[in-house]
Write a protein that binds this ligand. Sequence first.
Ligand SMILES: [Zn+2]
Length: 486
Amino acid sequence: MIAAKNILITTCCFIMFAARCYCLEFEYHSNEELEQVLRNFSTQTDDAGAVKTELYSIGKTYKGTELWVFELTATDDETLGIPNVKLVGNMHGNEPVGREILLHLIEYLLDNYNKNETITWLLNNTRLHILPSLNPDGFAEATEGLCRGNNGRFVRVDPESAIPEDLIDLNRNFPDPFYHSNLTFDITESTCLMKWMENKTFSLSAALHGGELVANYPYDSSTHAADGLPSRTPDDDVFQYLAKIYASNHPNMKGCSNLTNFTDGITNGAEWYSFERGMGDYNYAYHGCMELTFEISCCKYPKAKELPRYWNENLKPLLLFIMQSNTGVTGQIYDYLSNKPIAKARVMVAQRNVTFWSSWNGEYWRILLPGEYTLKVEADGYHSSTKHFTVSEQKGPYPSLTILDVPMYNSTVFTTTSTSPSPTATSPRWTVAATFSGYQINAQNPPVHKSLPGVHSHYSSSSISYKIYVHFYTVLYFLLVLHCVI
Ligand SMILES: [Zn+2]
């Protein structure tokens, strides 16, 4: 039966390759079928060949099932400032609606690039990483039509291990920003996801669940550990905005009963019910990735015939949500002298007590609403840097990121700073406070020549400050001339 379906899928997609038919059925795909569908997608290209796709695995489950990720973008690897966005489905094995929606989303994106303006913009401005199933082993044991219960919810583990079978909830198995007790289990799926996030910097993420209809945003955990009380992040305004983008564009996101009558279809996690070690809190607190949990079906595992409705309800919210990755600020943090990018620099926005980090190539992203902000960047071995910037109101149908690159000045090279009096071409006199590896020098009218080898200078037109950065090997020369003047 499975083989026959695979042949059908393969044949259909072969036809699609030539004729672009819409062929993915609205049905639940087994783990084997899911892999085949993704492999077929990876061989499919858009008409212009501009969409790049990659099918990669972030690891295997205990039962050996690959955790497949499908990446797609129309940008090239060299372009900076393109945000990585991830979408994760089927974390709970018995909540597979998101799993199927994500498959359809891949097909839709591939099929509409260069045809639909929004899709074209989206793939031109994001790198999407779609993980349809984080818990394929649990899914294999779940039962279609079961709306409640935990059959298939948990990950499967070695029965011989000390880990309690049937008790491992992936969404309770990540490091927690409030409770640092070592209560997480060494579960493959959790480990794979954490390594994935260590290797790639995501700025925005969604986890698709079932059993409710609400857009849930961090924190789920809290210091009070009481349901009904919110636990707010320093970016609460952004999280609420992101949640509303999804819920307000979903035709039915109003909760599933009178008991869960969510205002605007959104909720703070802890305000709904508080729990520890969730994946959303981990994304935000440990990786600076803004992850929301979208509960998209009242029935956890509805019959497949209902999938078209769920697809229609969630397509627009998903597209608009992904689009928000281009809201806020981005840039590259680099060494001023060598131009080399600085990884793991600490990126902070004033009045928001949370630290994000730059990527392996010095890139950073902060999703922010329109307004005036101050960015502070710190990196080991460098002077900290502070910059003011503006996130403008969106003009037109698509958001755009504010670009703010941050040069960093090595704290082990000779640096001088002057503000009084302002240097001019005719009167290059100013007071210098100089440091070199902690050694303080004060002098006036230093005879610095602009052509001094290794010296790089720049003026800030707004602050009339003048900074000189000198390579280590020029320091002796400078001191010698200084000594002669004194
Ligand atoms: Zn769930």
